[in-house]
Write a protein that binds this ligand. Structure first.
Ligand code: RAM
Length: 362
């Protein structure tokens, strides 16, 4: 890598009550009674865990991604499948085909609870909408891991985070600032308007932009492509129509950055309007090669899915309860310690540009 920023870069199930709760949640609102907007926490993590407990076999671990047809989740959940099956357990994946079907996600959680799976690994489309359903699952003995995109901390056992959120948000700004010479209008092309992960990163981007060195950069708009290729493409087109002087776009979503690159590469803005964000090397290779994109970043989604599997199995085996400070072994990925807010961080993202993109195949 040539640039510093680029380098840093879840007993018996009370079916009736589950259905009743599911109906309430599907109505579009979440009952809020907990301090964090969650319903009464089912099981706040305690220190009661046995790190030397053996790994249970024959578990059923269910993955519920934001959307099953998003290629990013095909990679991440595939990484989870390998770990689950190698551990002698059963993997399954369920989910909606739209990154904005929050009611659909709630209904899948309720079904998995009725099926008495041992653990759910879920990437939440919305921070609060799943709380009631996830806490009902936990009351019924299901361990809940969020990965990629979190719910509220009171509604899951552990969040497996892809990278430090602050670092990600700030480095995205640093990358675009460098590429536009610290001057001009920029826009953000995000995923769903409710997405916990993107909104957290965007919050740090806005904070980074307050620094004096970015005084000549104006964030003119945050657009939402909903992790849909066509919507993301059209949103990019709309941004350029609305802001003809736009100098740069940050797209912190694999679907968004690919669609934006596709639009730019076939337009008069190619190489002129800069684009960075979070993409897979395989999606972005052609656009780095043709000069549309200089640099972007990501973690290995398969490793994120794998770590979620190890975490779900450790929880279901009683090795950890999710309390901060607990340590567990994630197979050949090594040892991980649960941090603040019961969060485990995979690691630092990798920055990609023409000098190294050839080394990656995902
Ligand atoms: C999209 C999804 C996912 C995000 C990646 C970077 O595939 O929105 O949640 O982590 O992009």
């Amino acid at each position: 890598m040539r640039t510093a920023p680029a380098r840093r870069i879840a007993a018996a199930v009370a079916v009736v009550s589950v259905v009743a709760l599911g109906t309430a949640a599907c109505g579009g609102t979440t009952k809020k009674s907990g301090a964090d907007g969650s319903s009464a926490p089912a099981a706040a993590p305690t220190a009661s865990a046995d790190p030397s407990a053996s790994v249970k076999k024959g578990l059923t671990i269910a993955y519920l991604p934001k959307a099953v047809n998003n290629p990013y989740f095909t990679i991440s959940d595939g990484g989870g499948k390998k770990v689950v099956e190698a551990a002698g357990s059963t993997y399954k994946e369920v989910g909606t085909s739209s990154g904005t079907d929050t009611a659909g996600q709630v209904s899948y959680v309720n079904t998995l609870t009725q099926q008495q799976v041992d653990a759910i690994a879920v990437s939440a489309q919305d921070p609060g909408a799943l709380c009631t359903a996830l806490n009902q699952a936990r009351k019924n003995g299901v361990k809940v891991v969020t990965y990629d995109s979190d719910t509220k901390a009171g509604c899951r056992d552990v969040f497996v985070s892809q990278a430090g959120s602050e670092d990600l948000g700030r480095t995205e700004v640093q990358l675009i600032a460098q590429q536009i010479g610290n001057k001009g209008q920029i826009a953000i092309l995000s995923a769903a308007q409710t997405a916990t992960n993107q909104n957290t990163w965007i919050g740090f981007m806005k904070d980074e932009l307050k620094k004096p060195e970015y005084k000549d950069i104006q964030l003119v708009k945050v657009a939402y492509g909903n992790d849909d290729a066509q919507q993301s493409f059209q949103q990019t087109q709309g941004l350029l129509q609305q802001y003809p002087n736009l100098k740069g776009i940050i797209s912190p979503t694999t679907v968004g950055i690919k669609a934006a690159a596709q639009y730019l590469s076939g337009s008069k803005y190619k190489g002129k309007v800069r684009l960075t964000g979070l993409g897979t090397p395989n999606d972005m290779r052609a656009y780095v090669t043709d000069g549309t994109v200089q640099s972007f970043e990501l973690w290995d989604p398969a490793k994120l899915g794998a770590l979620a599997a190890h975490t779900a199995i450790a929880l279901a085996s009683g090795q950890i309860s999710g309390a901060p400070g607990q340590t567990y072994t994630a197979g050949d990925m090594g040892s991980f310690t649960i941090g603040q807010d019961s969060t485990v961080v995979l690691g630092k993202p990798t920055g990609f540009d023409k000098s190294n993109i050839g080394q990656y195949d995902f």
